[in-house]
Each structure stands twice: as structure tokens, then as C-alpha cells.
Design a protein around this ligand. Structure first.
Ligand code: AMP
Length: 283
């Protein structure tokens, strides 16, 4: 695996048609890698001729400074995992490389309704930061395929919108959420959970599965309230439990029995904020 720290070096290496006319796959990450990240690399390895990853903890997408400060960094283990998974090139830029002009006058993206609900509502500015960094990374790497995880359901929709807005020549591939044996969605933030909170964390998935089992046409409010009270009873501080239209993320209060649905949760255990989701209907 070749590692580049500067955009210009990465660009000049990639400009030599490393794929020999084939496909370049890209997996952007913030590091502290786990098997969920690696599943994206493995899929890229299967369907692409060259696989690029990036590790960059993007300051502009953290609305909470202490979350940024405490974001886990495990670079040596990350490099080992990426190498074993067959990554060809790792981009490891610093903040000055990604944002040479600073971060105060970055572009604004019109994300419309998507930015007003769920993560958009609870983490103001977060998706602007995500778009800023992904747009710059896509411009540096220029992949054919971009691999992202359904774990960040709304983020995948935001990136689809970015691709459409900017007419970027890349195809988004969304991969399923990898979970621990007890159902907890793998996440870099899980490393920050103490043993007691780690034991509670799988309850999020249990609540999502409970919502799926109990889902019936009609009012959805009781079901969402049930989810909130289950989590609160377990000591979570809940930002939201939402049953939303799977295509638009519009939070729904009633269901006609046919609209595609996704349930999404964001909740804190102590200082650690966890998110997860489950598609409730069809694919
Ligand atoms: P992050 O490093 O958290 O920014 O994540 C980098 C990419 O990995 C994003 O596209 C995530 O959606 C994806 N990802 C994170 N956790 C998982 C998981 N448990 N399963 C599959 N993909 C994941």
C-alpha cells in the first residue's frame, strides 16, 4: 500500500492511469477502523481495479468540539488493517492539505429538507462539513465508485444529493451495516464506551428490531414513543427515535402500509453519541 500525505503527490501518482482503464474505488473514513470499514474496502476490492482509502478526521463536520478532541486515533492498526484488506493507496492528509485556505469560507451546499431533520437538526452544520470534505476528497481522488455504509443512512442520502448537485462523475455504492455479535452497529465511537455502557449499547438495535416487529399500518406515534421510553429506561439520553420515509427521511406519524420506511435512532450513553437505523419494509 502506498501512502500519500499531500494532495499534489496523490494526484500525480493517480494521474498515471494506475487502473489501466479500469475502475478506481474510494472509501473515505475518519480512521479508528473496524471490520465495518473493512467490509467497504473488501467490496471495493471485488469490483474495482484499484482501491483508495482516506483517513482524515474532518474538523468541519464536528459540531461538538469535545467529540472532535476525543475522536479515537489508531493509525498504526488502521494501516495494518487496510494493507491486509488489499488497499492500494491510502490518502492521509493533514488539515492544511485539505483546507489550504482555512475553514472559514468554505462552500455552502443546498441540501434542502435533508438538512432540517434527524442528524441535520441535532447536529447543525454537520452535513455541510461532510459535503465540504467529501467534495474535496472526491476531487483529489476522482474515483469511479464511492463506497459508504448504511450505518450513516442520512449521510448516504446527503452524498447522493451532493453528487447530483455538483454532477460529479462517481457512483455511490451503499453497503450494509456490519454489527457485533450482540447487534451493536460497529462504530469507531464504540471504543469510547466503558464496560457498563458497552453492555447497554446493543439495546439500540434491539429497539430498532422491536419497532420492526411491532410495525402495523396506522399511527406510528405509540411505536416511536415506545422506542424512546425503552431507551430512556435503560439510561440513554435520546435525541430521536424516528420512523421516516426511507426515500426522503420525512418523519411520519402514520403509515399507509405501503410507503417504504426506515427507523433511525440517535442516543447518548454518557458522553458518547451513538446512531443506528433499520430499514423496516422491503429492501
Ligand atoms: P467513519 O470513519 O465513521 O466516517 O466511516 C467511514 C465509512 O464507513 C462511512 O461510509 C460509514 O458509513 C462506514 N461505516 C461505519 N461503520 C460501519 C459499519 N458498522 N458497517 C458498515 N459501514 C460502516
Amino acid at each position: 500500500m502506498v501512502i500519500f500525505k499531500h494532495t499534489a503527490d496523490l494526484r500525480s501518482w493517480l494521474s498515471e492511469d494506475r487502473t489501466r482503464g479500469g475502475k478506481l474505488g474510494f472509501v473515505p473514513t475518519m480512521g479508528a477502523l473496524h471490520p465495518g470499514h473493512i467490509s467497504l474496502v473488501e467490496e471495493a476490492r471485488k469490483v474495482c481495479d484499484l482501491v483508495a482509502c482516506s483517513i482524515f478526521v474532518n474538523p468541519t463536520q464536528f459540531n461538538n468540539p469535545s467529540d472532535l478532541e476525543k475522536y479515537p486515533v489508531t493509525i498504526e492498526s488502521d494501516i495494518g488493517m487496510l494493507t491486509r484488506a488489499g488497499t492500494d493507496v491510502l490518502f492521509l492528509p493533514g488539515v492544511a492539505d485539505i483546507y489550504p485556505g482555512g475553514t472559514s469560507s468554505l462552500p455552502h451546499y443546498d441540501l434542502g429538507f435533508l438538512e432540517t431533520v434527524l442528524e441535520g437538526k441535532y447536529r447543525p452544520g454537520h452535513f455541510q462539513g461532510v459535503c465540504q470534505v467529501v467534495h474535496l476528497l472526491l476531487d483529489a481522488v476522482r474515483p469511479d465508485l464511492l463506497f459508504m455504509g448504511q450505518k450513516d443512512y442520512q449521510q448516504c442520502m446527503v452524498i447522493a444529493r451532493l453528487i447530483e448537485l455538483k454532477q460529479l462523475p462517481v457512483k455511490l455504492v451503499v453497503m450494509p451495516t456490519l454489527r457485533e455479535a450482540d447487534g451493536l452497529a460497529m462504530s469507531s465511537r464504540n471504543m469510547r464506551l466503558g464496560p457498563a455502557d458497552r453492555a447497554l449499547a446493543p439495546r439500540i438495535h434491539r429497539v430498532l428490531s422491536g419497532i420492526k416487529e411491532r410495525l402495523r399500518p396506522g399511527s406510528l406515534l405509540e411505536l416511536q414513543n415506545w422506542g424512546v421510553s425503552e431507551l430512556e429506561a435503560d439510561g440513554f439520553r435520546v435525541d430521536y427515535v424516528s420512523i421516516s420515509d426511507a426515500r426522503t427521511l420525512e418523519p411520519l406519524e402514520t403509515w399507509d402500509g405501503s410507503r417504504p420506511l426506515v427507523a433511525l435512532v440517535a442516543a447518548f450513553l454518557g458522553e458518547v453519541r451513538l446512531i443506528d437505523n433499520l430499514v423496516l419494509t422491503g429492501e
